[in-house]
Design a protein around this ligand. Structure first.
Ligand code: RNT
Ligand code: ZN
Length: 418
């Protein structure tokens, strides 16, 4: 049945000059970086019962069964991966360290605390990406880290940033694929600042110190992530878009674009081809903001499709690292990963099935009527049949089947966790 539907769909795409086998082959080569923090509401394992505090971000919901330990989290990620077609990466936050039950402060972490993750990644044939954690810590409690007015606090966080880059470089070296290390800080003011300039100058200085040591690009790639506002930091964010755009350009760093970090009607899909004119590589945090930076699970909406289309048709896939960033605690967390990642891959597939050349020719000829007509007809072509075939060939559940698999996991594994 699936194969028959695929055959018919393949012919429909072939009539437009699109080879669906080639599209699937290209799709297989794309890795998505799954964010570890969906598994436990950004809690981490620094201490038993660690929770997200501060940072201006929030996971809402109380679905039972969140991962409480490293092994539970790993089991959950493995479950999600078994339902997602393709070979992917894991994006770790520093607070997910393996400290053997003994607290280690952020400025003292080393590769030793992540070796078990590297070994796990090797076993699962995955690359790792990394993030220093500049929140959920007493030294970030007043909302400032790298731009703090107190030089002692700044120094602590600089040391954390330096330690994280070294860890990431080791990960990259051991796994033979560079780890993208992304710096996001929550720094900002709830109310109108008296001085917007000084914190930004301090942030530049702190970042320069973190990045002072050159690391080989085949082990570590640095990225910086901007933001518009956070909860409790509504009036001013030190690391704004313009700040990091300038920083990334002048320091030759990757810029990270998070879908939720702009004004509500502003989209990152339109920024990709602008920024990649000037910056060699991008990191994406694909997320879904609803009215604010709410980090809802990614779905196959217009913006997701637009992002994927830009990456594919702009030939930007080799210069873009696709990461996910959402955390919903109101539904099964493994389902959240599965749904979000499957949607990201689906969006890329739809983009790979586009007759881009035909559309470009119409555009160049000034035939905007044909362009619009084709774009709209494409929307109802049977990409679902190609997607099903893709899942079948990848050996993961087709269509609705993954829902039952997750229900079984939920019924057997998750109740023991409450
Ligand atoms: C916060 C940023 C950041 C975090 C993660 C946990 O608004 O998006 O990327 O979500 O570091
Ligand atoms: Zn993000």
């Amino acid at each position: 049945m699936i194969q028959e539907r695929y055959k018919i769909a393949k012919e429909q795409y072939a009539a437009l000059g699109v080879d669906s086998d080639v599209a699937m082959q290209k799709l297989r080569a794309i890795s998505i970086s799954l964010h570890c923090w969906q598994g436990d509401d950004v809690g981490g394992f620094e201490r038993a019962g660690s929770e997200l505090t501060g940072g201006g971000i929030m996971a809402t919901g109380s679905h039972p069964g969140k991962a409480r330990t490293l092994s539970e989290l790993r089991a959950d990620i493995e479950k999600a991966l078994s339902l997602i077609p393709g070979q992917h990466r894991l994006n770790l936050h520093a607070c997910y360290l393996d400290n053997g039950g003994k607290f280690v402060d952020r400025n003292e972490i080393s590769i030793d605390h992540f070796q078990s993750w590297v070994d796990w990644a090797k076993d699962n044939q995955m690359g790792l990406d990394f993030n220093p954690t500049f929140f959920s810590h007493p030294k970030a409690a007043d909302g400032f880290t790298l731009s703090h007015a107190d030089s002692g606090i700044r120094q602590f966080w600089i040391e954390h940033g330096i330690a994280c880059r070294e860890i990431a470089a080791q990960m990259g070296r051991q796994l033979n694929t560079p780890a993208v290390t992304n710096v996001w800080i929550p720094d900002g003011f709830k109310d109108t600042p008296a001085d917007k300039k000084a914190p930004r100058e301090r942030l530049t200085d702190s970042l320069d110190k973190i990045f002072a040591r050159e690391l080989p690009a085949n082990c570590n790639l640095d990225a910086v992530e901007s933001k518009l506002f956070g909860i409790g930091a509504e009036s001013y964010t030190v690391g704004s878009h313009e700040f990091y755009m300038g920083y990334a350009l002048s320091r030759k760093k990757l810029l990270c674009l998070d879908s939720g970090h702009f004004h509500p009607t502003e989209v990152i899909s339109d920024k990709i081809s602008s920024i990649l004119n000037f910056i060699p590589e991008l990191l994406l945090h694909v997320s879904r903001p609803i009215r604010w930076d709410s980090d809802h699970v990614v779905i196959l909406d217009d913006e997701l499709r637009a992002i994927a289309r830009e990456l594919v048709t702009g030939d930007f896939l080799t210069r873009t690292h696709i990461g996910l960033d959402f955390f919903d605690a109101s539904i099964n967390r493994i389902a959240a990963w599965t749904i979000g990642t499957r949607c990201m891959i689906k969006a890329l597939l739809i983009a790979l099935l586009e007759p881009t050349e035909t559309l470009r020719q119409a555009e160049l000829a000034g035939d905007y009527t044909a362009r619009l007509a084709i774009q709209e007809e494409l929307k109802t072509l049977p990409y679902g049949a190609i997607w099903d075939q893709y899942c079948l060939e990848a050996g993961v559940p087709v269509g609705f089947d993954f829902i039952n698999e997750l229900k079984n996991y939920e019924n057997i594994i998750l109740p023991a966790r409450s």
